[in-house]
Design a protein around this ligand. Structure first.
Ligand SMILES: [Ca+2]
Length: 498
């Protein structure tokens, strides 16, 4: 890939007006949002790296699984901040991405599944950065609003692909033009990111890069150099994976039923996959993501930008690998709603900070805006966590809320609302004949004992339920969004295995 910084903005506009080149067509073009007021802090370069379906605990320094090597994630944790209690508000690709970009809950931004077209009128936080003079680039998976890969508002540079994309030799949409590129997606997206930064840093303006990996989404394909590395390791199946009465005592019926579905261990992807292979390939696919982090850090180091650039790494949602007999996400169990979240910026963050407060994907937009020297807009549901990663004492939320809306495409997970504090989690299902759940997360982190029907907790349940409805009422969430059926449907049941 040759380094080509292309036309300057002036040359670009001149050429475009002369008809010599085509301006990229923006989906939903709209005027830039109004400028945000400055905090008085100097703008800094910001890189936000998102991976897909990377669960919170699969990082070398977390010790699980024991064989997994992620030296660059470990470096982040050692030299920056690790958010130990980071969550999504909805554990699904498109809703989570929309929450990241808007700072809003799913019922407010309206992107409640992976298929429906993107609602008009949303403001993505990079639009504010652009208005404030940043150079901005989107490199990688967009995956909102059906399978469109059209350039979107807020980005000067656009490199993306349709829907889930391909791991090898992908067709990329580069500033509105499609091109097939040879290579492995995680490496290619990193190459393009470095190439763009190389151009951007020559200009006298700060830059914002959104590097959004396809990995580690199913169907997992590791880089060739990593394929088979973990073939001989023993897979550490979770204790809740076995189909025993003990494991399902007190659990809602939908959970055991889901074992035998597209997203269950007994009929994974309708029988297309062996669990151990699935687990090993997931880990191997993650290795290139870790290498990508290392390459970005190295590039910054070599460019003398490492100390001043804020780099944030996050997963868009969690992922079950056998917990409760499930794979995938969507539900509110810990491995689904928790995410990895790391930040590095020596000028801003002391080394080795562990943030214990409850943070969420809706906090990304306000946090990155604050780090860029802007006051976040008041309509965002999230809050800036910049003070938390500086180890400052601030008044913070004591609970996070959760929502997931039933999808026609994968009908085995019901509509779910919930609230999670440091100690308890209450899960409320809607529109299905089943039971709610209450867990003492502090003492039962693997969610094995549902306390919902244990009499002594009724006051606690009522209080959590009241908070949940208060949240929905106050944020406009007291209705179920309905979307037209479209796309793939994985609704078959497999052979009975009980
Ligand atoms: Ca995802």
């Amino acid at each position: 890939m040759s380094e080509n910084c292309g036309h300057s903005r002036r040359q670009f506009l001149k050429a475009a007006s002369a008809g010599a080149m085509t301006l990229p067509l923006l989906a939903h073009p709209r005027n830039a949002p109004k400028k945000l007021s400055s905090t008085g802090q100097q703008p800094r370069n910001i890189i936000f790296i998102l991976s897909d379906d990377h669960r919170y605990d699969f990082m070398g320094f977390m010790g699980k699984p024991s064989f997994l090597e992620t030296p660059n994630m470990d470096y982040f944790a050692r030299n920056g901040a690790h958010f130990k209690n980071a969550f999504v508000t909805t554990s699904l690709c498109s809703p989570s991405r929309a929450s990241i970009l808007t700072g809003l809950y799913s019922h407010k931004h309206g992107v409640v599944n992976n298929q429906a077209p993107l609602p008009e009128g949303l403001t993505f936080f990079p639009e504010y950065l652009k208005s404030a003079g940043y150079q901005t680039a989107m490199v990688g998976k967009w995956h909102m609003g059906d399978a469109s890969d059209d350039p979107q508002r807020g980005f000067d540079k656009w490199i993306s692909f349709k829907g889930q994309g391909e791991y090898y030799d992908p067709v990329l949409n580069i500033d509105g033009k499609h091109k097939q590129v040879k290579g492995y997606i995680t490496d290619l997206l990193t190459d393009y990111s470095i190439q763009w930064m190389n151009c951007a840093r020559k200009n006298d303006k700060p830059f914002f890069l959104y590097l959004s990996h396809k990995a580690v989404h199913a169907m997992f394909k590791p880089a060739k150099r990593h394929f088979g590395r973990y073939n001989d390791v023993e897979v550490d199946c979770p204790a809740t994976m076995s189909n025993t009465d003990e494991n399902y005592r007190g659990k809602p019926r939908w959970v055991r039923a889901q074992r035998n579905s597209w997203h269950g261990v007994d009929y994974m992807y309708h029988g297309q996959m062996n669990f151990d292979t699935f687990y090993r390939r997931y880990c191997e696919t993650l290795l290139a993501v870790d290498e990508s982090l290392g390459r970005i850090l190295n590039y910054l180091r070599e460019s003398d930008l490492l100390a001043s650039t804020l780099v944030v790494y996050m997963g868009d949602n969690g992922f079950c690998l056998g917990e409760h007999g499930l794979i995938d996400k969507r539900h509110m169990y810990e491995t689904s709603m928790r995410i990895p979240l790391l930040a590095h910026c020596p000028e801003l963050i002391p080394a080795g900070i562990e943030v214990l407060r409850l943070v969420q994907n809706i906090d990304i937009a306000p946090s990155l805006l604050e780090a860029s020297g802007l006051h976040p807009p008041e309509n965002m549901d999230g809050r800036s966590f910049v003070s938390l990663m500086q180890n400052k004492e601030v008044k913070w939320r004591d609970a996070v809320f959760y929502e997931y809306y039933w999808e026609w495409n994968f009908p085995h997970t019901p509509t779910t609302f919930g609230i999670r504090t440091d100690k308890y989690k209450y899960i409320h299902y809607h529109g299905v004949w089943d039971i709610d759940e209450l867990y003492d997360i502090e003492n039962d982190p693997h969610e094995r004992r549902n306390l919902f029907y244990e009499g002594q907790h009724q006051r606690l349940i009522n209080s959590l339920k009241n908070r949940l409805y208060k949240w929905l009422e106050e944020t406009g969430g007291m209705q179920i969004p309905i979307k037209r059926d479209r796309g793939f449907r994985g609704a078959d049941r497999g052979p009975e295995t009980q």
